[in-house]
Ligand binder design. Structure first.
Ligand code: ARG
Length: 482
């Protein structure tokens, strides 16, 4: 360490690293948040080394106790420093360990490289983040399911091309987002299965010349399996790409919902009103109530998409195995996971406190044009080919717009003898009730869908709980019997 603290791995150098390189090279400001994972993985590694007699068991014990002490110190200090005082979190932890336990600490890095170490730490972090992400999605689903329950009787115009189309239940609309989010949970789940692989034991790139018990380390850390190829294990970041892709899609889903809340809050729609706690004012216009929270949820959707693309570009063209480029994998990833949790949480709160305005929904849904398809379907049920029925109703709308429902039988006869025989009684409620197919907006179907979504929600929560129990903790790993 003659060249100062930064040149920890530098006995082959004649010079200290340039000051300009120190900050550029260091990842501590970003990877400091991996300290729990780094220490947990190191404890598991030390236990295995001691058990296998690769290092003296007394040294392994000293290392584990020392690591637990480093952990306590870091927790007490609110985490590692955010400056570039050390190159990365792995270095900081090891340096402190060696200060605490002396030369025994120098045996921890036997059969290990920072390459398999960081890959392990990041996978441990991903496992927790995936669990937290699934929990946050479940939280938003719970808010949507509650809304679906509470708003069950309400009908609003459904839109295509943002033009009024056909009446739908508001509950059906909320449940559409429950479905999207359920697929998001599926994607996070899939990703978890591929994250759940232990890289430690891969060494720098080629494996390690010691009789390692990789399965034992995997078991301690709660990994289901160990990596099959050391070159791949130290350089694979597919799992981060996959997780980011899932987060990007969640952000896109949230952005769609946020957009609707913004539009529905406008005077033009007026379907909903944000709770005052989730809206903000204008610095100049005293009357304004702005949907800033929803707009920010919509606006932040660009960030995970950017992080995803940035990482793909970083990975493209990297030769095997580890390259320092990979250090760039974390910043956008961590930020995307944080953003995702915040956006899911705030959207859930916004929905839970949202005031729906039934009178505005009723006014909007009373537009008779929403029932034009129902009239065509009526003719079709009387035996008129649908295309012809569509033409007939289209002509009525062309000539009378929404007044087509009030025409005399003489007027109707011009368009269709079947209609002259009698107009059906059309209403928004009859319209939704008639769409009684699985997945349709009929109240009966929506009730079935709601029940099914609730069951799935409960099952997902139970599965998440079980998975969380496999996440390691430093305290538990340190306290295990020898
Ligand atoms: N800070 C590095 C990263 O995040 C840790 C691995 C460094 N390995 C190395 N051979 N320089 O990727």
């Amino acid at each position: 360490m003659a060249d100062g603290p930064h040149k920890l791995y530098g006995s082959r150098f004649a010079k200290a690293t340039s000051a300009s390189v120190e900050g550029f090279n260091a990842s501590l400001p970003i990877d400091r948040r991996l300290y729990e994972e780094d220490i947990a993985a190191s404890i598991a590694h030390a236990r295995m080394l001691g058990r296998r007699g690769i290092i003296p068991p007394d040294d392994a014990r000293a290392i584990v106790n020392g690591l637990a002490q480093v952990h306590r110190e870091l927790v007490a200090g609110g985490g590692p420093p955010a400056d570039a005082s050390w190159e990365d979190i792995h270095t900081l932890v090891e340096v402190r360990l060696r200060e605490l336990v002396g030369s025994a600490g120098g045996r921890l890095h036997t059969a290990r490289s920072r390459n398999d170490q960081v890959a392990t730490d990041l996978r441990l972090w991903s496992r927790r983040a995936l669990c937290d992400g699934i929990a946050a999605v479940l939280g938003l689903q719970a808010a949507l399911l509650q809304r679906a329950e509470d708003d069950r009787g309400l009908i609003l115009p459904g839109y295509t091309h943002l033009q009024r189309a056909q009446p739908v239940l508001l509950a059906h609309h909320w449940l559409a987002y429950v479905e999207m989010l359920s697929r998001d949970i599926g994607r996070l789940d899939d990703c978890y299965a591929r994250v759940d692989v232990l890289p430690l034991g891969s060494g720098a790139l080629a494996g390690a010349p010691y009789p390692l018990d990789r399965d034992f380390v995997a078991e301690l850390l709660g990994f289901t399996r160990v990596s099959a190829n050391s070159l791949d294990a130290v350089s694979d970041r597919d799992f981060v790409v996959e997780h980011l892709a899932a987060l990007a899609l969640i952000a896109v889903h949230l952005s769609r919902l946020a957009e609707e809340l913004v539009v529905w809050s406008s005077a033009e729609f007026g379907f909903v009103e944000m709770d005052d706690a989730y809206a903000t004012g204008s610095s100049i216009m005293p009357q304004k109530k702005n949907s800033d929270v929803a707009e920010l949820v919509r606006g932040k959707s660009g960030r995970p998409v950017g992080a995803l693309v940035a990482l793909l570009v970083t990975l493209k063209g990297l030769p095997l195995a580890y390259n320092k480029d990979l250090q760039e994998d974390k910043e956008g990833y961590f930020r995307s996971a944080d953003d995702s949790r915040d956006c899911l949480q705030l959207t859930a709160e916004m929905l839970a406190t949202l005031r729906v305005r039934p009178e505005r929904l009723r006014a909007a849904v009373s537009d008779p044009l929403l029932l034009a398809t129902d009239l065509a379907d009526h003719l079709t049920r009387l035996g008129v080919p649908f295309r012809q029925a569509h033409d007939t109703v289209g002509a009525l709308v062309r000539d009378y717009q929404g007044r087509f429902a009030d025409l005399s039988s003489e007027q109707l006869a011009v368009y269709s003898p079947r209609l002259a025989e009698g107009m059906p009684s059309l209403s928004p409620r009859a319209s939704v009730r008639s769409r009684d197919v699985p997945g349709g907006t009929a109240p009966r179907q929506v009730a079935v869908a709601l029940r099914r979504a609730r069951r799935r929600h409960t099952a997902d929560a139970v599965r998440l709980d079980a998975r969380r129990r496999t996440l390691p903790s430093v305290q538990a790993l340190a306290a295990l019997p020898w």
